[in-house]
Design a protein around this ligand. Structure first.
Ligand SMILES: C[S@@+](CC[C@H](N)C(=O)[O-])C[C@H]1O[C@@H](n2cnc3c(N)ncnc32)[C@H](O)[C@@H]1O
Length: 208
């Protein structure tokens, strides 16, 4: 099964609030977003946003320049249906982050919860870092959440890479060096809908 077929199958066969990564609100991300004090028209990309409610919470905070990119059209369709008319205020991009053409130096914030850790291949990680450093404005921020050092080794039937703050910062260094400066990191415990607990790492980076 291709990666696209895998995620389409997941979103077509599971209720959006029953997938293991479901959270009613992404509290750690929202606290960080509040802290970096973005303008309401800041360009924000939720990368691999899937059916996350982050976009709802950002609309409710008054952000007006939101994009959600995900490999799975089924996930984006579900998120748009949930939002109804409000979905017209969001740009929806069905694409593979490692291949899509992104506008250079465009985004003030790149948000990724539970996407980067699926890239177990160094070529995929390099492509991701190229996209991130290309699409983020100099001075912009990235919030990246992965499973932490004690987190699961697999998710949704796929292998993942677990990270500490220092290994994530190293993984996001591109060939020209660490342009993404780690500002803060947090470990949190995510309660899954089935009652398990998963350790997450969330890091805030600044593009120098
Ligand atoms: C574990 S889910 C997390 C979804 C969302 N960020 C959240 O926290 O609810 C991973 C998401 O990454 C998306 N994804 C996986 N590989 C991708 C890729 N190469 N490009 C874009 N999205 C991808 C999947 O479709 C899925 O929605």
């Amino acid at each position: 099964m291709t990666n696209l077929a895998h995620w389409e199958h997941i979103y077509r066969t599971n209720a959006t609030d029953q997938v293991s990564w479901y959270a009613p609100h992404l509290d750690v991300s929202l606290q960080l977003i509040d802290r970096i004090s973005l303008a309401h028209n800041a360009a924000i990309l939720d990368l691999g946003g899937g059916t996350s409610n982050l976009v709802d919470d950002l609309l409710a905070r008054g952000f007006t320049n939101l994009s959600v990119l995900d490999l799975s059209p089924a996930a984006l369709h579900a998120a748009r249906s949930r939002l109804g008319a409000l979905s017209n205020k969001v740009r929806w991009l069905a694409a593979d982050v490692t291949q899509v053409e992104l506008v250079p130096a465009h985004y003030d914030l790149w948000h990724d919860r539970a996407v980067f850790h699926f890239f177990t291949d160094s070529a995929q990680r390099a492509a991701y870092v190229r996209q991130l450093t290309h699409a983020l404005k100099p001075g912009g921020h990235a919030i990246i959440s992965t499973f932490g050092p004690e987190g699961p080794t697999r998710c949704s039937g796929l292998d993942v890479v677990r990270y500490s703050a220092s290994t994530l910062a190293a993984a996001l260094s591109d060939i020209s060096g660490p342009r993404l400066r780690l500002l803060e990191s947090f470990i949190s415990l995510h309660p899954t809908p089935s009652g398990a607990t998963q350790q997450f790492l969330t890091c805030l980076f600044h593009l120098d």
